[in-house]
Design a protein around this ligand. Structure first.
Ligand SMILES: *Cc1c(COP(=O)(O)O)cnc(C)c1O
Length: 469
């Protein structure tokens, strides 16, 4: 892939909202220019239809009085509970219980699960492991990250993205994000590259693919390993290609909250001959199971997944396309119905990508409303929308353990030894900060109906109109 970064930049990757970052990271969200915000949010349209084409029926039925103030709810029928497992899982479980071993190596369930995994993510080397965090740690070990090596990643993610980096004594470096995609801003990634940089971990937040063309071009130019954190992106597609196939190594989570799950688990995969052959032993105490008595050539911990989990995984993979396709449709429909609404910036997805909306994340422009975000969310919830304010509380580097550099019994050996001068208390990612302060998440689930989403969109419009300045 040698797409030039200029060609592969998304439109609006750096919309006006991210211009003139202030000196402090705690920028009050109100400094955002209204004109810039509106330009960016309307440019974020992923469909041709405009907000003017609202569902007239839903609008008149719900009326304009907020449910919070005693009006009718915009959502009339709440979603039915999600049914996550059934006969597919039962069948695999029965097969598994007939086995005389539940160990992963050459296990029938693990073998079947990986065969099915390769159908959704066709990579040569693929291995199960105990979690998404484990998959990422394995990837970082295979990438050769060692003491003092810098790994650039997103500050808005699950902490599991960087746990492996820190355990390998590497140094996570947080780059800033696109204002509408909430994914790594390739230009800021490139600015943060130093001679110590060894890898990039691209987090496909909410299942929205990162700009992999731009990130791959940067990785190639600087000889970096490009790892994909696809934990929230099961079934997503980047420019029509399965998520996880554009970088060097990809990592998935099967934790209970993810699109498909086996309670806890992960998959790590690669087609790169430098890294792929290292994945199995990097998650299995350094031991190469394909060679009898191979001894310990390398050091790693035990991140194995056993057959009961693999049985559930194999069944869940059969459900994936249905789940991913439905979530993509519902999320895109929501965008279509709230696009162009003053003060509201929909989740920005490239038109040739498939976002699988682990959740839907939109932003409100603070000066456009007479209410604060908490009040906006309260009014939305009263309309019957499953929603919440923000995602993680603060960018990862602003969490106490980072501010204190207290990773290992309160200490951070690589800093004490002078292998890094990283000071997380001085690290700044102003756009990430602003995203977490102005973002509202709406739950998207495959059991939801289009009617529910139309109701949720009507709720956003109703609340936005009611509080408009
Ligand atoms: C869930 C998640 C992880 C960690 O996965 P676990 O299975 O919980 O360890 C890592 N990164 C992202 C983006 C995630 O959403």
């Amino acid at each position: 892939m040698n797409c030039s970064p200029a060609n592969s930049r998304w439109p609006n990757q750096n919309p006006p909202m991210s211009q003139n970052p202030p000196a402090t990271s705690a920028r009050p969200a109100s400094v955002v220019s209204r004109r810039g915000f509106l330009a960016a949010s309307s440019a974020a349209l992923i469909t041709g239809s405009l907000a003017a084409t609202t569902t007239k029926a839903a609008e008149s039925a719900a009326g304009s009085k907020l449910a919070l103030l005693g009006g009718d709810k915009a959502v009339r029928i709440p979603p039915t509970p999600k049914i996550r497992w059934g006969d597919l899982e039962r069948e695999r479980f029965n097969a598994m219980l007939g086995q005389d071993t539940l160990f992963y190596w050459k296990g029938p369930q693990t073998t079947l699960a990986l065969e099915r995994f390769r159908k959704v993510c066709p990579l040569k080397y693929a291995h199960t492991c105990s979690s998404g965090t484990a998959a990422l740690h394995i990837a970082v070990i295979a990438a050769g990250i060692g003491p003092g090596d810098e790994v650039i990643t997103s500050p808005i993610t699950d902490i599991g993205t960087v746990i492996g980096v820190i355990y390998q004594q590497g140094v996570p470096v947080f780059a800033d994000l696109g204002a509408g995609t909430y994914n790594l801003d390739p230009a800021d990634v490139e600015r943060r590259i130093t001679p110590k940089t060894k890898a990039i971990i691209a987090v496909h937040l909410c299942g929205n693919p990162c700009d992999m063309h731009a990130l791959k071009a940067i990785a190639d130019r600087h000889k970096l390993v490009l790892i994909e954190d696809s934990c929230q992106a099961w079934g997503a597609k980047f420019r029509g290609q399965p998520i996880g196939t554009a970088g060097h190594i990809t990592c998935f989570s099967l934790q209970n909250s993810k699109h498909i799950t086996c309670g806890d688990g992960g998959v790590v995969a690669s087609s790169d001959e430098r890294f792929g052959p290292l994945l199995q032993k990097s998650g299995d105490k350094g031991s190469d199971r394909s060679k009898a008595g191979g001894g310990f050539q390398m050091f790693a911990t035990n991140y194995r997944m056993s057959e009961p989990q693999a049985a559930v995984l194999a069944a869940q993979l059969e459900r994936l396309e249905g789940i991913a396709g439905k979530r993509a449709r519902l999320g895109n429909l929501l965008t279509e119905k709230i696009a162009g609404l003053p003060g509201v910036r929909p989740h920005q997805v490239h038109r040739d990508d498939r976002c699988v909306y682990w959740f839907y994340f939109f932003r409100i422009e603070p000066t456009a409303f007479r209410c604060n975000r908490a009040e906006f969310v309260k009014a939305l919830a009263a309309e019957g929308v499953q929603c919440g304010a923000g995602y993680i509380a603060v960018p990862l580097h602003r969490e106490p353990v980072f501010l204190k550099h207290g990773f290992f019994a309160g200490r951070w050996p690589v800093r004490e030894m002078g292998l890094t001068t990283m000071d997380f208390s001085k690290h700044q990612t102003p756009e990430a900060e602003a995203i977490l302060q102005t973002g509202i998440r709406i739950t998207i689930q495959e059991n939801m109906t289009e009617d529910y989403i139309l109701g949720a969109a009507e709720a956003v419009r109703k609340v936005a109109r009611h509080y408009a300045t």
